[in-house]
Design a protein around this ligand. Sequence first.
Ligand code: NAD
Ligand code: GLY
Length: 372
Amino acid sequence: MNLASIDPSVLRDVERVPVALGDRSYDIVIGSGLLADDACWHGLPAARHALIVTNDTVGPIYAGGLAQRLAGAYPEIEVISLPDGESFKDWSTLNQIFDALLGSGCDRKTVLFALGGGVIGDMTGFAAACYMRGVPFVQVPTTLLAQVDSSVGGKTAINHPLGKNMIGAFYQPARVLCDLDTLATLPDRELSAGLAEVIKYGPIADAELMTWLEANMAGLRRREPALLRHVVRRSCEIKARVVGADEREGGLRAILNFGHTFGHAIEAGLGFGVWLHGEAVAAGMVMAAELSERLGLTPPGLRQRLSSLIESAGLPVCGPALGAAEYLRHMRVDKKAEDGDIRFVLIEGLGQAVLRSAPDGLVAECIDAHCA
Ligand code: NAD
Ligand code: GLY
């Protein structure tokens, strides 16, 4: 039985992407106006308490509407608003969620709702995994990045000063509700950061998506609703397929980290929050494509094509000049590293990714070639 099943017949003009994980299966629901549409909120786990976890930016815009939607199902609804930013994705902020849960006498059936971007989603999911050894949670992602990537697949975490997302758990949500209308209030820089994770799916899994993005990037940046709907649905389909095949990253799921090994080094090297996650991934993808070409895995040309697409999304194609040694130091803490050996997601041909290690000297050359 699914954690929470939704009756498709009650849904109007929405997309439904299933994530097939046996008894942890759930739906990703995508559409406009979901926060105002009761039908999408039917069939969630029953409880006395619901806790909406949000932040000081998103809460004032959307928490009231969500609380209204949930009022019929949950007699007691609380909202906790955390400080906004990647630099707060840590133990002390996480503890504020536990303080709210315990302070309100929330029991083990309490349902947590993550209302915000990837930072709120990752922290709320981790809190749900830990509170009373696990309570249900629902993702209500409000950034493009969270709608196309972080809300799906059950990776939850906080950062440690020595490494990004190093403390966490695999813990699946009961449902993901992507209201495309929330993207209207997203700052341009954040929209671009989300586009980095969309672009990622092309080289690793879908050559056609890459061509489609090249043709439609300007419209996406203008936030044309049909285009946004297409990229959120397609991205979720790809992610759901990968997660369904390899939930705990025994192998295949690692491809979703294309550009992330370099990107995490940028985020940790500069200090979390200085560059946005999507910006760091964008420059990281260029470095990873360069490495793929230099190792002879992919014919020359992919790196240039990817750089052009990334640039057209308003994203950086060069990383900060931290020095290759500093990048390598952070990359050794990457979760894909084994016995200190850094493993990279590389491209073997458009739409086809592989996991490989590479000599430090060559990696350093790729970093130096794409640092400003
Ligand atoms: P974020 O959560 O910091 O949100 C970006 C900014 O946009 C914040 O200031 C936020 O308050 C604001 N915001 C959110 N929704 C808004 C809206 N609708 N209108 C106006 N402002 C809004 O960043 P993000 O890019 O969503 O997520 C990045 C995080 O996600 C990183 O911590 C990264 O590690 C994590 N991540 C996790 C996974 C995963 O699989 N769990 C995958 C990718 C990224
Ligand atoms: N964003 C990487 C993953 O979910 O595996």
